[in-house]
Write a protein that binds this ligand. Structure first.
Ligand code: NAP
Length: 281
């Protein structure tokens, strides 16, 4: 499993992580097994949010990682409407309780909302000083939001920006990714399979993925994940609710693409024109 520095945190984190949106809707034992097998395979970066299943995803994770907390890089997110000084402290406590832990490795603002960004950032810093969160970051932030946030917090404070990134939507490559790289901010790509929009195997792009996969003894999804973490600033967090899916995704951590293969995928799934605003789901 490829591991790399997670922004300014000084922590090494696997490039392939584990997403948990809608995980609580899978059969309970299957979801727990998928999480635990992922940890066994080095997929120790787990992404969740108070939003997911209204806390049910965090509870599931709490159960799955019991007794193994120290090996996990645990990320959760505060809802924008809770990101005030008092609201965020309460939200953080609730998340910690559901996750059965005393600290988050990284706490993110899920997207920009009604509360002043300065208040949210000051509260992140307070929670950090208290040891309740070991780092903090943002999600769905475009460059203007990032500039504002770094202006308020200072350089080296924002660990990561979690943004939409898959083969059919590479929008972040226009400006967000280079900006984050310049400022030492990790970029975690969410919905790497397009949230159920993975290229059809019969499509031209799907055939390119399959051909490259055959050369590695891997699968098209592993090739896609490998492409999405081809730069050292990139992380990805596929969600899986079965052992098979979890194992397949973990395998992408050892599948390294050649420069020529990256170029073929780049041509098969073109970046496209820059859009006015950063896409999110
Ligand atoms: P995704 O990871 O792109 O796709 C998940 C879907 O792919 C599920 O239906 C899953 O099925 C399927 N899948 C996973 N591995 C597979 C495999 N090896 N073979 C076949 N199918 C496979 O979608 P996502 O959940 O939207 O994104 C991933 C994570 O990103 C989320 O869970 C969440 O943690 C995070 N996220 C963050 C934001 C944000 O605003 N910050 C927004 C969206 C998502 P099974 O469930 O049956 O395994």
């Amino acid at each position: 499993m490829r591991r790399r520095w997670f922004g300014s945190t000084g922590r090494e984190v696997p490039a392939i992580g584990f997403g948990t949106w809608y995980l609580e809707q899978a059969p309970h034992e299957a979801a727990i097994a998928a999480l635990r097998r992922s940890l066994d395979l080095g997929v120790t970066h787990i992404d969740t949010a108070e939003l997911y299943g209204s806390g049910a995803a965090e509870e599931l994770i709490g159960e799955a990682i019991a007794g193994r907390r120290d090996s996990v890089f645990l990320v959760s997110k505060v809802l924008p409407q809770n990101a005030s000084r008092s609201g965020m402290r309460l939200a953080c406590e609730r998340s910690l309780r559901r996750l059965r832990t005393d600290r988050l490795d990284c706490y993110l603002l899920h997207w920009r909302g009604p509360h002043p960004l300065l208040e949210t950032i000051e509260t992140f810093e307070e929670l950090h000083r208290e040891g309740k969160i070991l780092s903090w970051g943002v999600s769905n932030f475009d460059v203007a939001d990032l500039e504002e946030a770094v202006g308020l917090a200072g350089e080296g404070k924002i660990a990561c920006n979690q943004v939409l990134y898959h083969l059919l939507d590479r929008s972040i490559e226009h400006r967000v990714l280079p900006w984050c790289e310049e400022h030492g901010i990790a970029v975690t790509g969410y919905s790497p399979f397009g949230h159920n929009r993975f290229p059809d195997p019969q499509s031209p792009g799907g055939r390119v993925l399959a051909e490259i996969a055959r050369g590695h003894g891997g699968t098209p999804r592993q090739v896609a994940l490998s492409f999405l973490v081809r730069r050292p600033s990139l992380f990805t967090i596929p969600k899986a609710s079965s052992l098979d899916h979890a194992q397949e995704n973990a395998g992408a951590g050892d599948l390294l693409l050649s420069v020529e293969e990256v170029a073929r995928i780049d041509t098969a799934f073109p970046l496209g024109a820059r859009r006015r605003s950063l896409p999110m789901i």
